[in-house]
Design a protein around this ligand. Sequence first.
Ligand code: ADP
Length: 159
Amino acid sequence: MIAIYPGSFDPITLGHIDVIERGAKLFDKVIVAILSNSSKSPLFTVDKRTEQITECTKHIANVEVGSFTGLTVEYAKLHNAGVLLRGLRVLSDFEKELQMAHTNKTLNYEIETVFLATTTEYSFLSSSIVKEIAQFGGSIDHLVSENVAQDMYHKYQNK
Ligand code: ADP
């Protein structure tokens, strides 16, 4: 069974990596799919995010990294994936995630959304929190992988 883990990953955090590691134990393959959404203005390009994710998931054999525009279910179908993997942190995630899962079900009934509850230590962690801290010069070493921390420090130093 192939699972797609779609998201913005701008940037990928230790919370995301935790979901990927656990997902990789449940499924034969996990494809981390970066949503290239033109309405958001991302900090990192899709190419940079691909490089970051590839680097910090290189210890997991059955993980691939890709990117897409458009509907997640179409991307899943294209890769013969039967599962959309998503993470749940707090109650506010639930409402949005449930709506998305229902919508995707109406678009393709064959594809199931599977949620993994966050590991307690990462329940507060989001890409926006990381960006906020880095922007003001705070340490993010405990929130992202080393390569991403370097990229973030570099990005904000040059601003
Ligand atoms: P999106 O813009 O699609 O929400 P994100 O990159 O923010 O993309 O998140 C992708 C997925 O990872 C979402 O399902 C989100 O709930 C989940 N996620 C994000 N951070 C964490 C975390 N700390 N623990 C568990 N799941 C998380």
